[in-house]
Design a protein. Sequence first.
Length: 101
Amino acid sequence: IWLCYFCNNQHRLLNPRDASNGSDNLEDVFRARLAACGQVVILFDRALKPPWMQRAWCIYEAYTCLKCRIQWQIIMPEREQHKFDERLRAGRIDDIIHGVQ
């Protein structure tokens, strides 16, 4: 299970005294650790306007998955999945697109 908080020290960027833990190799380290997992599950707490979409680091994780061809999927609570499915079946694609922007 990939839990970014435990697998990747994002806060090392804040320590300017330790050059070995700076951002110089962050992309390589991050990509290697993410690839070692083999797949990623993204958890949306809600179908529309999930906070996940507002976090730059989360977007970067998804970008890295796509760039490295790492399998990923989005999951959400059952009630939210139901709301999402209802919109999809009703052809309300605009609601969905606007809800994740």
